[in-house]
Design a protein around this ligand. Sequence first.
Ligand SMILES: [Zn+2]
Length: 147
Amino acid sequence: MIHMKDRQYIRIRGPKLQRVRLNLRSILSLVYKSESERIHEELENLRFNKKWERVTIDKMTESQVKRYREIQAYQNDLRERLRISIVLCDRCGTIDGDRYYNKTFRSWFCPKCVDEIRREHLKMMEKRKAGTYSCPDDNGEFGQSFM
Ligand SMILES: [Zn+2]
């Protein structure tokens, strides 16, 4: 079992290993892209008939609706798996570089984004102290989880 600290950096210093890491992530993101395109095509084949007329869900057969829902669920699952994977930064989407794991959000971030999130959070806290911060939707939980 892998024991993961609450927040942790995964760093690779050797340029050769950095290249290997980037190549592996490139392959994984290409696999994701190819699978996404395949799924999209299958959904389009259900959404449109042979004359390229739109088929609404109430016009589909029971098995088509079932298949449509299965594909949608798979598509969402695939998207979520990529989002929480180490392959890309959850904020900027870069596939290159070191990663920081944020357990609160079960996701990986690049060091550049971590620095920006921390800076923005500190700025927000100062504004909050000064009473000049007015964003009721942001309780600071996201930024705080990086501190
Ligand atoms: Zn990033």
